[in-house]
Ligand binder design. Structure first.
Ligand SMILES: NC(=O)c1ccc[n+]([C@@H]2O[C@H](COP(=O)([O-])OP(=O)(O)OC[C@H]3O[C@@H](n4cnc5c(N)ncnc54)[C@H](O)[C@@H]3O)[C@@H](O)[C@H]2O)c1
Length: 249
């Protein structure tokens, strides 16, 4: 029986690239997204993938969708909590509604999807990979909601690893650096793009595929003794301090 990965936010961007890489590696994939038209068109030519419309921030939808995935595939070997939203704004302009919109998908969604899939993951001794961000590792301006939600996902991953290890479930977190997806381009002004280039030793944005490679590795048996880890796929952003542009030749 083929292994099954459940990928949230799979209609585009990093989630779609992760779906394609799982399929290349011989897995089958349950693609979850709340944007049904985009999901329909992305999934259209993908064999061994099924798509399910679901908003990961709504408990009833999460429960019904995980049950449908179990019914369709009979097993879940990996959960990739990738669905996310970004909202950049100053603290004083971040209304409670904006704060909740970010938290409900980025944090509540990870909690809900993980909790719902635990029984299936116990059976397979499966893996959870949560997608946080370099904004959860290092603070910056305009990211009070987004950065805080992602820092919480990092801690949630460690909580999950501590508690679920005894069932053989591994839980890890990937923190992507900037990738030119719809999410990033909606909040990255030209100034922000230039600032990222300056602050990244590899001097460029990453690609969806480069992030997917790390995610699929952490879900695979090759990472069978890796749990509770926070892996930045960020061109060196997180490890670097001041002075980088000045030292470039
Ligand atoms: N692109 C970057 O620069 C970057 C950097 C760091 C972290 N990330 C993280 O990577 C993940 C993927 O981002 P992306 O850049 O591919 O974004 P994207 O906007 O291209 O894709 C995100 C997908 O998630 C779906 N989604 C959003 N909220 C949802 C919900 N409540 N329920 C179900 N689906 C939902 C969207 O419909 C969309 O298809 C996010 O968690 C994001 O925070 C992205």
């Amino acid at each position: 029986m083929l292994k099954t990965a459940l990928v949230t936010g799979a209609a585009r961007g990093i989630g779609l690239a992760t779906t394609k890489l799982f399929l290349e590696a011989g897995w089958q994939v349950a693609m979850i997204d709340r944007d049904l038209p985009e999901l329909d068109s992305s999934a259209a030519d993908l064999e061994k993938a099924e798509h399910f419309a679901c908003d990961v921030s709504i408990p009833d939808e999460v429960a019904a969708t995980v049950a449908q995935v179990q019914k369709r595939f009979g097993r879940i070997d990996a959960l990739v909590n990738n669905a996310g939203v970004a909202d950049f704004g100053p603290i004083e302009e971040t209304t409670f509604d904006r704060w909740r919109r970010v938290m409900s998908t980025n944090l509540d969604g990870v909690f809900l999807m993980s909790q719902e899939t635990i029984p299936a993951l116990k059976e397979t001794k499966g893996a959870i990979v949560n997608i946080a961000s370099i904004s959860g590792l290092r603070a910056s301006t305009l990211r009070v909601a987004y950065g805080t939600s992602k820092a919480a996902v990092i801690q949630l991953t460690k909580q999950q690893a501590a508690e679920l290890g005894e069932y053989g479930i591994r839980c890890n977190c990937v923190c992507p650096g900037p990738v030119r997806t719809k999410l990033a381009m909606a909040v990255h002004s030209q100034e922000i793009i230039d600032a990222y280039h300056d602050a990244i030793p590899l001097n460029r944005y990453g690609t969806e595929r480069e992030i997917a490679e790390v995610i699929v590795f952490l879900c695979s048996d090759k990472a069978s003794y890796v749990t509770g880890q926070i892996v930045a796929a960020d061109g060196g952003f997180e490890s670097t301090g001041v002075g980088l542009p000045a030292l470039r030749s």
